[in-house]
Every structure is written in C-alpha cells, then in structure tokens.
Ligand binder design. Structure first.
Ligand SMILES: Cc1ncc(COP(=O)(O)O)c(C=O)c1O
Length: 435
C-alpha cells in the first residue's frame, strides 16, 4: 500500500516503448552495429562498434595502402599527432585542459608509468593508500611499484577495507590519509558494485594533507562527466574500450594536471614523450614534452587509435551530460523493475550498487544468495549479454548511446522467466575463461 503511494504507476511495456519514442538521444543507436538478436548490456566491459569507428579504421588502412610511411604526416588525420588529437577530443568529457590528456599505452601500463612518476617515498612517508575493492590489475601494479622501490607491499600498500565487501566509505578513506601516506590511488567507480566515489571530496582531502592523488577512471570515462582539472586531481588514467567504445585493447588515456607540467618528469621515458617538435632530432638524452604528452612511451597503435577517434565523434555529438542523464534514467528503470518484480521470493534479487544518482556509475549490480553464475549463463543463452564478476555479482549496463528502455524491460522479463522456469539449471556451475 505504502509503495503504491510513493511510486507512480507500475512500469508497463507500453510505457517503456513510449519512453523510447520520446528519447532524442536514441537516434544515435543507428550509429552502432548492434549484434543480431542480441540485447547487449555489457558496454561497461566492451562497448559496441560504431560506424564512425569502422570508417576511421578503414581510413587508416587506405592511408597506409596509398601513402605508406607518409601517413605519419599526411594521414587523415596525421598519425604523428593522433594521440594528442585524441587527448583534445576526450578532454571536455573529463573536464581537462587539452594538453592535460593524451591517448597512450594501456590502463595497467599507465598506472605503472604514472605511479612511478608520482610516488616519491621518503622516510616516514612511504606508503601508497588504495582500497581492497579496486580491480586486481591496479593492486598488482601498485604492489609492483612498491617492490621496485625495495618496499614491502604487505606494509606499504594500505588497502582501505570495505564494511560490506561491496562499497567504500569516503570518510574511512580520508581517515586513512595519514602522515605516512605519500600517494593515494583509487578507482572512480568500483568495478563490481558500481559505486561512484566522491572524487572532488577525496581530492580536496588529499590536497589538504599534501598527499598526491590519482584515479583509475576506466568505469566512469564516457559515462559520467568529470572535472579533473577543477577538482585538482594530480593524475588519472582510463581505458577506452568500455563506455568510450574504442574497441578491444584500444589505447588508454592519461591525465596529468597542468601544475605538474614541466616540473614532474616521466620515470618510464620513451621517444614518443620527447618534446614533440624535436622528437626527430633523435638526441641521446631525454627531454620530455612539458605536458601530458611527455608520458607517451612508444609509437601509437594507429589502427586502435583510429577506432577511438571514431567512437569519440559519437560521444561528443551526444554530449557527456546528456549521456549521463540518460544512463541514470535507464539504470533507474532497471532498478525500479527489479524492485517491482524481482525482489521478492522466488526471485530474491538484491541491488548492491548504491541507489543515489551521485553515488552510482553506469551499471546495475544484482545479487541473489545462490545461482548467480547460472542465471547470467541463462541470460546469455537468450541473447542477453550481461557479465558476471566473482563471487556473485551480475552486472547489467544499459548504455545511454545504444540501449533502449524496452531492452531494459525485456531483461527484467527474462530474469522473471529464467527463475520461474528454473532455466538456469541447464547450465554448468563452473565458470568459463571469460564471464
Ligand atoms: C578499473 C579497471 N582497471 C583496469 C582494467 C584493465 O586493465 P588493462 O586495460 O590494462 O587491461 C580494468 C578491466 O576491466 C578495470 O576494470
């Protein structure tokens, strides 16, 4: 009864179809290749291919075919400055100045390169503060960086614990920014529960304590607006294959705040980070480009970078604020459907991502007390692509640029039927190599 008073009318199929008809952003769905007979809800892992991405890759093949090495200068656009071009394109999406961002390397490599450059341990201040829920590669890289400095990760990598195994409390992270911490490194959005950390608050707290702070924004770039420059974040990095739709293994991005340009030097130098106008002087001693570009290491993978350029055209056309607004509407719809139809027995799904819009990212995280892996498999067998993260989380990401409200509705219907018909019992209880 109470619920009826608080909530408007129940969600019907007619209503979601109406939502889609009135959605201006949905015109961009036609820019994407949607796999046939599929409801793709995995753009938080690997975004779908767009037509501009395909066109841009084809253009590189044409330039390479017709110009050979000439493509470095005469390609459309020139390959020599493609990483900077991508940095310029992505900067407004993350609230950075153009020369604070560059496309380069991979997420993990950029963690190594930036932590190597920003972590300066000294006696009494020799710890890195992280959290226990970050993606494993981040923790491996941090531990590796400590070992390279002769420090023991058991002692020097402080991982803020989670009270419930799913989310973190900002005040506990801030309380852990003690005098012995030299660097804080955190995710923007937690990869399992989808919790969005309060980056401005954490950055302000770190800066008050004179501690450097960096973020892995892989799960927020392209889904959520950032203001990295204004917040004063020291450095950040993110992949481009999730919400940025850059393609499998596409180049990552890094951000270095302007106040470090010229004064802080890359500790993993490579010739593509040399002062751009003098790179081909081929001098034996390294002089870095005095901006984010200085953190490039090698020749860019131009084919991968081209796909990112195309993908960014679509995102920029939509606008990051409109993307976030629609993403919140779609995830809200899914949560509402779970509350209405899937929260009671025998379905018994719990939503484990935070509910507040300012505390959640682009995916909904669902958990039951058993059979989660097999339910994810049953969804997949129906052509609905979620993903599963051990030990128990089904992640569903309705992506603003290409998913419809109707697809979200059909996911909820499918979950009802999978439980009603015990469809999941047909699938193995063990995981495949990729989930
Ligand atoms: C937060 C986060 N960081 C890093 C990675 C992967 O790193 P890389 O791009 O180096 O493979 C992932 C992969 O999903 C991730 O979720």
């Amino acid at each position: 009864m109470m619920r009826e008073v608080l909530m408007p009318a129940a969600i019907t199929e007619t209503r979601v179809l109406e939502m889609d008809r009135n959605d201006p952003l949905l015109k961009l769905r036609q820019e994407f290749f949607i796999p046939e007979n599929t409801i793709y809800m995995d753009g938080n892992s690997l975004g779908l291919q767009s037509r501009p991405a395909a066109r841009r890759v084809e253009q590189v093949m044409v330039d390479w075919r017709n110009r050979g090495i000439g493509g470095w200068i005469d390609g459309t656009p020139p390959w020599f400055t493609l990483s900077e071009t991508l940095g310029n394109m992505v900067a407004p999406l993350v609230g950075a100045l153009p020369h604070e961002v560059v496309a380069t390397g991979t997420t993990t490599l950029n963690i190594h390169s930036l932590v190597a450059s920003f972590f300066e341990p000294c006696p009494g201040r020799d710890r890195i503060l992280a959290d226990e829920l970050n993606f494993p590669t981040d923790l491996y890289a941090l531990a590796g960086q400590l070992r390279l400095r002769g420090l023991d990760p058991q002692r020097h990598l402080v991982r803020v614990p989670s009270r419930n195994g799913r989310t973190l409390e900002e005040e506990e992270i801030i309380a852990a920014m003690t005098d012995d911490v030299a660097l804080v490194f955190l995710p923007s959005v937690l990869f399992t529960s989808g919790q969005l950390l309060d980056m401005p608050r954490l950055t302000a707290a770190a800066r008050e304590r004179n501690v450097l702070i960096g973020f892995d924004c892989s799960h927020s770039a392209g889904a959520i607006p950032h203001r990295l420059h204004e917040w004063g974040v020291d450095f950040a990095l993110w992949c481009s294959y999730k919400y940025l739709n850059g393609g499998p293994g596409s180049p990552a991005f890094l951000f270095v705040h302007e106040r470090h340009h010229g004064s802080r030097h890359p500790r993993l130098p490579g010739w593509f980070g040399f002062i751009k106008s003098k790179q081909f002087d081929l001098l034996p001693d390294f002089s870095p480009q005095p901006d984010a570009g200085g953190w490039q290491i090698s020749s860019p993978g131009v084919l991968g970078a081209a796909a990112v350029a195309g993908a960014l055209e679509v995102i920029r056309e939509a606008g990051i604020d409109a993307i976030r607004e629609r993403s919140l509407r779609l995830t809200q719809l899914l949560m509402r459907l779970v509350d209405e139809r899937l929260s009671n027995p025998p379905y018994s799904f719990t939503i484990v991502n935070p509910r507040e819009p300012e505390r959640r990212g682009g995916h909904v995280a669902l958990v039951r007390d058993h059979e989660n892996l097999r339910i994810a498999s049953a969804l997949r067998a129906r052509g609905i692509i979620p993903d599963f993260r051990p030990p128990d989380t089904i992640r569903i990401a309705p992506v603003a640029l290409y998913n419809t409200a109707h697809e979200v509705y059909r996911v909820a219907e499918a979950l009802v039927e999978i439980v009603d018909n015990r469809e999941y019992t047909r699938f193995p209880v063990t995981r495949g190599a990729i989930t």
